[in-house]
Design a binder for this molecule. Sequence first.
Ligand code: PRX
Length: 660
Amino acid sequence: MTTEQSPALDNLLTESRSFPPQPEFAAAANATADWYSEADADREAFWAKQAERLHWDTPWTQVLDWSNAPFAKWFVGGKLNVAYNCVDRHVEAGHGDQVAIHWVGEPGDTRDITYAQLKDDVSKAANGLLSLGVTAGDRVAIQLQMIPEAIVAMLACARIGALHSVVFGGFSPSALRQRVDDADAKVVITSDGQYRRGKAAPMKANVDEALEGAGSVEKIVVVRRTGDDLEGDVPWSDGRDVWWHELVDAQPADHEPEAFDSEHPLYILYTSGTTGKPKGILHTSGGYLTQAAYTHNAVFDHKPGQDVYWCTADIGWVTGHSYIVYGPLANRATQVVYEGTPNTPHEGRHWEIIQKYKVSIYYTAPTLIRTFMKWGADIPAKYDLSSLRLLGSVGEPINPEAWMWFRENIGGGNAPIVDTWWQTETGAIMISPLPGVTHAKPGSAQQPLPGISAKVVDDTAAEVGRGGGGYLVLDKPWPSMLRGIWGDDQRFKDTYWSRFSEQGFYFAGDGAKYDNDGDVWLLGRVDDVMNVSGHRISTTEVESALVSHHTVAEAAVVGASDATTGQGIVAFVILRGDAAEAGDEAIQELRNHVAKEIGPIAKPRQIMVVPELPKTRSGKIMRRLLRDVAENREVGDVTTLADSTVMDQISKGLSSGSDD
Ligand code: PRX
């Protein structure tokens, strides 16, 4: 078979640990094993049932219209108001006094916002936007840090049918400008300044710089957050700029939500493409909210009124959209929203917050888990984390060792971990264990959720067998799928639907493999796959092998051209807090460790100890820059790095190498 002669991706790492669900957890779990067979028997009926968890003003007449693929329509003819579903209906059902948001500011100030207050705030903000002339279909750009107004602004847009385009607070003026121009945003919402690591930094000044001469922008609404803590005046343009509190506080708290078509656009969220121009991923209303709410309920086992939920993402990313705003609020969650960084003012800040609010569900990213590992297990050990009953991870493959560390040190050795695979484009979780059902394996996202269909295929689109690796594709439409790229249908088709156009598969860009039980393991972006002597080796597996060594906290590997083997594996590692400086012997031991864990073919040619790794602002490792270092090239564009000095630190600090 061709797949056996030349697999799309080799399967090297084996992991045999498995954790069955605790019986008490399983007995009370929201999801049950029969959901898989129910969804398989009739997918559309299954999704219709999930959609019925929402309030529809007009029922749909057809669940899915896929006649114009890849442009899907879900819940055709149905009408609903997304903000009403996330806020008002809970108040009407008698839960107005329930806290929706426990907000924690970076300097230590706090606010508790009930559903009743949230309803008033969102209604006033909706009235405020209407008074500025914003109408359904208009675009509103939001560049705000993690403050309640960010969530209120998003919901206010949804309430009046305007599309929000949230731009991460740390993005540069030029990144903001590009996004504002692409969407022709009419209004921009920002703040005077933001707290970052104990200091107030300007926001409005950056926005002004970005928007100089921006033709589409009529108004800039400014939330007062840092006030007098910010040095210098907030630049102001009379007539264009308006304070949020002056605009919103004066508005009536009554606003009648209008029902919009299920396919009415809800938001645009830009994700960086491989080529310069970011892609404006478009999501719509009914299908998106259905899947965001369904997954939040099933994957996090969320119990309204009982759980305290915390997703540590920023609203600038899709995780913040689906699992801070839309999913949790549609499910009447009580959640923590934290403004600051995890080490301000100390490295136990998250654990302190979990202890204080008795957080029971904690959803974060592998990059942060590995950072916590680096800081040391003694830090969380000082806090009472016994309220935690479920942990989640998203954004990157979670290495088995990081998974185990998370379970042992944060989850008390028994909290289930859900490793959730999805993308900005998928809108909601696609592949994940179901807590209470799945026998969890450290490092595996395991199975497509009930109602979702995904496959690992080879170059010819044939599904690979158990133990085989290849490309992860989504072979059936799903409710929260992207509906396009804003203003560029051709790019939408070319980017996602052309690789397997004959089969009509959506290609996600990720490599994956099946283990012998048929569980899915994500192997990183296919662009990063290394080819060593004809073996196609995933970066993830080698990184996981490195992280499984007790001295390593984080690792990134890249393929560098090699005269003999085509590519050679070059690894960059960060050592754990308690590990000594690595000498030649320690490096040698690490190389041997990888060879022992996954085979001699994957033994890194070179290992470099570095103080930091280059990451995007959402925490993904930028292997492209490491390839430049590994191949002794001048380092390429660093503008999307979270910390632009990291590459200098790496070049200066390269402490060791090996070449045998
Ligand atoms: O490569 C996969 C990785 O993150 C990509 C999507 O990134 P983004 O659109 O920024 O959305 C991140 C939050 C959903 C994917 O193509 N990724 C995300 N989750 C996982 C993952 N890789 C492995 N395991 C995951 N659980």
